[in-house]
Ligand binder design. Structure first.
Ligand code: 9MR
Length: 447
């Protein structure tokens, strides 16, 4: 911890007051040790997340929501943030179902992956009929509007989804967006960065798992080119939809590591593996271990909760059966997460130095502070701007009971908005954890 003298004094004061208030607070150190019992808690041991796709129309299903709240700390809207859902008529934006998912997630202290700002598929009818510069403008406006609406609430956006062709070409997929010019992808990334400087910006695709495949190589060359030219890209999403015709490749770890070596995070974004029993479990274990072995693999998202929630339910490709029971694949993933939790990855997004278009980006880095039996301290250091707004979201039943070096406002009881109060760019807080030792989620934007 690098606290100023002044803030050390404040921490001490806060701690004393809290200790007095709590009666018999004992100064002991470390968080819970031993094997974690949920996917999210197990992933957090190495600074990673474990997420799922969520469908708004299932949020009234208590079994579904029970598993969601218990097991996952990252949420992707399965369909509700896509272009047809958010802009059904040109210039008319519709966020009802997406908001239901975002609000449910954030009220439970979960983070959100945004999916997807620009895609050849699931375009609204009016966009499907467009071409050329009118389409380019409409696409950029869509990216700007949607990313601005959710500014500060999204951990990572799939800015562009599935833009590369299958097969041996290694080139782009033909689409109305591609026909607006090869630079449409970088234009979308620049628009997204301007709209939400605190979100990580990802390129997301499928069939990019095998390092020797032409499509994987094509995406790799694009990311390499973007990094060399300062196009703002932070991450690559690997959808990871596997089945017997498209099994987990033996070089999967190599693929993830090679992309990470370009200076981007990698994320497994839509994992499902058709099959059952121990063979399915082994494959889930392999994918989990591959992510854990790559420092910049920041998390795994499965594409649904129960087999019956899956887009390909007959392949029973998920971690819970149709009744919500844990499958062998669940235990394999949990064990792998518990065994591999040693690598710590940075919690925070966006390298502002890579974005010449946006010199005032914002990076917020969380670090752990002192821990007691009933509470722990955390601090956030902001870089890139002196003009920041940081959102700190704690999970239930946590409560922020003290702060220093910021004067907070509250969106809800567990969502705090922090701004500079003249004490520099590091602020801190005390979280009464109520048994939940998870780190808060942090996002940052330029005011
Ligand atoms: O799971 C989604 C399903 O409900 C939709 O009908 C389908 C429509 O395209 O999209 C599915 O999600 C896809 C994701 O958005 C992108 N990668 C492939 C996913 C599975 O098709």
């Amino acid at each position: 911890m690098t606290l100023t003298t002044k803030s050390v004094a404040r921490v001490a004061l806060v701690s004393t007051l809290v200790a007095a208030a709590a009666g018999a607070a004992v100064l002991v150190a470390s968080p819970a040790s031993g094997a974690a019992s949920t996917l999210a808690a197990a992933a957090q041991q190495s600074g990673r997340y474990f997420g799922t796709a969520v469908a708004a129309n299932k949020l009234s299903d208590s079994t579904y929501v029970g598993i969601l709240n218990r097991e996952f700390d990252m949420v992707t809207a399965e369909n509700e943030m896509k272009m047809d859902a958010t802009e059904p008529n040109q210039g008319q934006f519709s966020y009802g179902n997406a908001d239901r998912i975002v609000n449910q997630a954030r009220s439970q202290g979960k983070r959100v992956r945004g999916h997807a700002l620009a895609w050849h598929s699931q375009q609204p009818g009016w966009m499907q009929r467009m071409e050329g510069s009118a389409l380019r403008q409409a696409m950029l406006n869509h990216v700007t509007q949607v990313a601005s609406y959710y500014r500060g609430k999204i951990y990572a956006w799939d800015v562009v989804n599935e833009a590369f062709a299958d097969g041996s070409s290694g080139g782009r997929r033909d689409s109305n967006l591609q026909r607006t010019g090869n630079d449409w992808i970088e234009a979308a990334f620049r628009a997204a960065r301007a709209a939400d400087p605190g979100a990580k910006l990802c390129y997301n695709d499928y069939n990019t798992d095998n390092w020797s495949h032409a499509k994987t190589q094509g995406v790799y060359r694009m990311v390499q080119d973007f990094k060399s030219r300062g196009v703002p890209i932070d991450c690559v999403g690997f959808q990871a939809h596997f089945n017997s015709g498209n099994p987990v490749p033996s070089n999967y770890h190599t693929t993830l590591q090679n992309f990470a070596n370009l200076g981007v995070d990698v994320q497994i974004t839509e994992l499902d593996i058709e099959g059952s029993g121990s063979s399915q479990a082994e494959q889930f274990k392999g994918v989990t271990q591959a992510c854990l072995a790559v420092a910049r693999c920041t998390g795994i998202t499965v594409w649904g909760i129960r087999d019956s929630d899956s887009w390909r339910a007959s392949g029973t490709p998920l971690l819970f059966d149709r009744n919500g029971n844990k499958k062998a694949a669940y235990n394999a993933v949990l064990d792998a997460l518990n065994a591999g939790g040693t690598t710590t990855v940075p919690t925070t997004p966006t390298d502002p130095t890579t974005d010449p278009q946006n010199p005032e980006s914002c990076t917020a880095t969380y670090s752990e502070g002192e821990k007691w039996s009933d509470r722990f301290n955390g601090q956030v250091t902001v870089s890139g701007t002196d003009n920041w707004v940081v959102t700190v979201t704690v999970g239930s039943p946590q409560r922020i009971i003290a702060t220093w070096n910021t004067s907070p406002t509250w969106e809800t009881a567990n969502v705090m908005t922090a701004r500079p109060n003249g004490n520099g760019n590091t602020f801190g807080f005390t979280i009464q954890h109520g048994g939940n030792w998870n780190w808060p989620s942090i996002s940052c934007r330029v005011a």
